[in-house]
Design a protein around this ligand. Structure first.
Ligand code: SF4
Length: 318
């Protein structure tokens, strides 16, 4: 064995470096090349909008953009937090763009979206954490595309009194906030956030408006164990969360939190089955699941699941 190889193995053993993990077949996706992909990209550029699809280096971008499904990221492309899993830049955030609500609404109308997902970076620098901009974007989309359903994926609005209430009052159809990982891993993976704060935020949404769908997700492959994932499911059900998403963590660059392992499709199927028994209205647990992946189809399924549940309850009460 040459010197270079043995020193590499030694550093892996000391935990300084992880061995390269080849992507399994079930993670590989086609490179984005279609005409529709190019058109979606051009539209976003023309309107000066940012997407989480690009900023987070999402593996599904080829498939989603080909169908003209893009997740708009408002409030700039620079985040005030530095989560170890996330590819979005950290630093001095951009000024809030007053044209962003109108441009977002124009993009939704041009793409003819039935369902849109709006997310944002964390804006700890703003007094309201960016809540007002969420409201303006929701209102602008409602005005130009009244039949489009709106899903928001928000930051945690930590230490921003009244921010959550302001956003809920704007009546998005789905309120999503991701727990991202199990509580034990928060100090290393999501150091600026608090697990129970995020859970309480989702619980509070249901208290403010029991008819609003709530959604949350975690990534797996970060070093969590199965019992911890089951506990997160129970915590989410306790907070009345309707829709759970579980997807494989992919390390964006060598500087990000190391990938501990690829979770197999069979293990995802077990998570999916178990979560359903815990009473979620909808579960999406696959290696490529992301918060906004197939969000429009999932919204229709979510609504149908609630209607079925209500009819069942009505039938058993009569
Ligand atoms: S899964 Fe979501 S973030 Fe990824 S490309 Fe699709 S819409 Fe964008």
């Amino acid at each position: 064995m040459n010197k270079m190889v043995s020193s590499k193995i030694a550093s892996v053993r000391r935990g300084e470096e992880r061995p390269y993990m080849r992507k399994p077949d079930w993670i590989r996706v086609k490179a984005p090349m279609s005409k529709a992909y190019g058109e979606t990209r051009k539209l976003m550029r023309d309107k000066g909008l940012v997407t989480v699809c690009e900023e987070a280096a999402c593996p599904n971008i080829g498939e989603c953009w080909e169908q003209k499904h893009a997740t708009i990221m408002i409030l700039g492309e620079i985040c005030t937090r530095a989560c170890a899993f996330c590819n979005i830049k950290t630093g001095m955030p951009n000024r809030v763009d007053p044209n962003e609500p109108a441009h977002s609404a124009e993009v939704v109308a041009t793409l003819g979206l039935e369902h849109v997902v709006i997310t944002s970076v964390d804006r700890d620098d703003l007094d309201d954490g960016g809540a007002d901009q969420f409201v303006k974007v929701i209102k602008a989309i409602r005005e130009t595309s009244p039949n489009t359903t709106i899903e928001i994926l928000t930051p945690d609005f930590r230490d921003k009194p009244g921010a959550l209430e302001t956003v809920v009052e704007a009546q998005p159809d789905v309120f999503n906030h991701n727990l991202e990982t199990v509580p034990r891993l928060y100090p290393t993976i999501r150091p600026g956030a608090r697990y129970y704060h995020s859970l309480k935020l989702l619980d509070r949404v249901k208290q403010l408006d029991p008819s609003m769908f709530t959604k949350s997700g975690i990534m797996v492959g970060l070093g969590e164990d199965k019992q911890e994932v089951y506990q997160v499911m129970d915590d989410m059900r306790y907070a009345n969360i309707d829709f759970l998403t579980i997807g494989q963590y992919l390390q964006p660059t060598p500087k990000h939190a190391p990938l501990q392992r690829y979770v197999t499709p069979d293990e995802f199927a077990t998570y999916d089955k178990l979560a359903k028994t815990k009473g979620f209205l909808l579960v999406s647990a696959t290696p490529l699941t992301r918060s906004s992946y197939h969000a429009g189809d999932d919204f229709r399924r979510l609504r149908a699941a609630r209607e079925a549940q209500l009819s069942k309850e009505a039938a058993s009460a009569s």
